[in-house]
Design a protein around this ligand. Sequence first.
Ligand SMILES: [Zn+2]
Length: 112
Amino acid sequence: MDFDAATAVLTSEREKLVRQLAELGANEAGELTGDVEYGDGFADAAATTAERTEVLGIVDNLRGMLADVDQALARVKDGTYGRCESCGREIGAARMEFRPTSRFCVDCKRKR
Ligand SMILES: [Zn+2]
């Protein structure tokens, strides 16, 4: 496992997620900062609320991905990155490339 390469991939993934959150008007904690106004052009409050709810759903999703990336970076630091958390075997390179935040090998993932 090339930890330097993994760190580079994960760091750029992290930046991308933080940027997406910022575009939605949210900070890293998923709180809407009010920098982005929702509901412009919507006359009724229900539509605004629906839009806000939808945005919060997306923000939640992005936050989850961000947490995964942070966990992966922590695993790089303690040297367990790229190993299955369940069986301890090394996770295939193709899988790690496809999904750099993978925590389980294909076999264990299937069993979960
Ligand atoms: Zn496994």
